[in-house]
Design a protein around this ligand. Sequence first.
Ligand code: ATP
Ligand code: MG
Length: 438
Amino acid sequence: MAESIQAVKGTHPPLVAVKGMNDILPPDSARWDWFEDTVRALMRRYGYLGIRTPIVEPTPLFVRGLGQVTDIVEKEMYSFTDSLNGDALTLRPEGTAGVVRAAVEHSMLYDGGKRLYYIGPMFRHERPQRGRYRQFHQVGVEALGFAGPDVDAEVILMCRTLWRELGLTDVRLDLNCLGRSDERAAHRAALIAHFEAHRELLDAQAQARLHTNPLRILDTKNPGMQALVEAAPRLMDYLGEASLRHFDALRAVLDAAGQPYRVNHRLVRGMDYYGLTVFEWVTDRLGAQGTVCGGGRYDGLAELVGGKAAPGIGWGLGIERVLDLLAQGGVPTPLPRPDVYAVVPAPEALPVAMQVAEALRAAGIAVLMHAAGKDAWGSMKAQFKKADGSGARTALIFGAEELSRGLVALKPLRDAGAAQTTRAIADVAAWAHELRTA
Ligand code: ATP
Ligand code: MG
């Protein structure tokens, strides 16, 4: 047997995860659970309901929805052909397009707007580095069917509440208004003229996008182009009265709520579906990956995916970046610990011990049971070591002598001076609450 394992080990190279795609292991996974619990509790209070759409979508959904000339569609998508029917498919790089597709497909807006949220993996073929992975995770909200700036303010303030509840202090809000498509078209001509006049300063990507999607150039991360981009004509100067009114109404709510923001004229976001409000929550503490959350209004998207016109606004937050920020800020995550560790000195005690553990769990107590090894049951010393290591406050000891009298011993683990006592097994429901420590 041992030999054959050796042989197998020798012939197969070790399998590892795909580059840029991470395993999330304990105890880190506990931080994720805690984060997701916090998010779900927040969504409930704002009236947002969960939506779960497939990881794989038809490629045209993203090409049409996000725009052909965008970083994501040009170079970041995991696309493949379905070998059975030749369909062009893509692992979702973001959540909004799929949610809007689902809303259209299922006529979700027939009886009014819907407030939705999701938590799940997204896929982008980027160069892996801190805060930038190929499989990463987002929380997103999408408020569909609401045209007014009040909902823009609502989704932005939700984020603020989330930061507060997580204990994050230094994320700032950047805000811009992208207006309507005809306003962007007027601005586009001026933008092209500006960049053409300084063609020698444009990098290859900007040159390529000059006539296809000049707005994208404003999004450049190339340090050599920052001055040029700063000096570019501002979209704000091309906005009509209705767009400005929308923006002002949003700002009035944020001002009244005491939420500071910076109007960032270069904030255009990476997808073409955005119009009117766009925003990002940014931090200085994550280096180049400083955008923690980004969102905006996408009133044209439902039509782009083949539905009736319907307004929408939402945001997507990168969970890895938020958790990184929390870890850096020293924000402690409550690690789940058992309330009780069940010490089972001998196999004969197991049936009763298991029954008591089940009764305690039914009463809401977290119980970690001793589990026997393959060849050895486990000495008392070893079991107490594990009990201590588990973080449990109390050990229940199912010794033969006590069991013969219908009792179990209860030993406080964190208080060296406290005496061991006993409880009647038959009355477990009556004393279960004593064991709750969380
Ligand atoms: P960036 O400018 O950093 O590339 P983005 O504009 O492409 O971000 P969005 O498409 O707006 O990002 O996605 C929303 C959020 O998802 C981002 O603010 C970020 O927190 C997170 N995110 C995006 N791409 C990645 C990635 N490859 N790895 C980890 N998180 C990511
Ligand atoms: Mg990106």
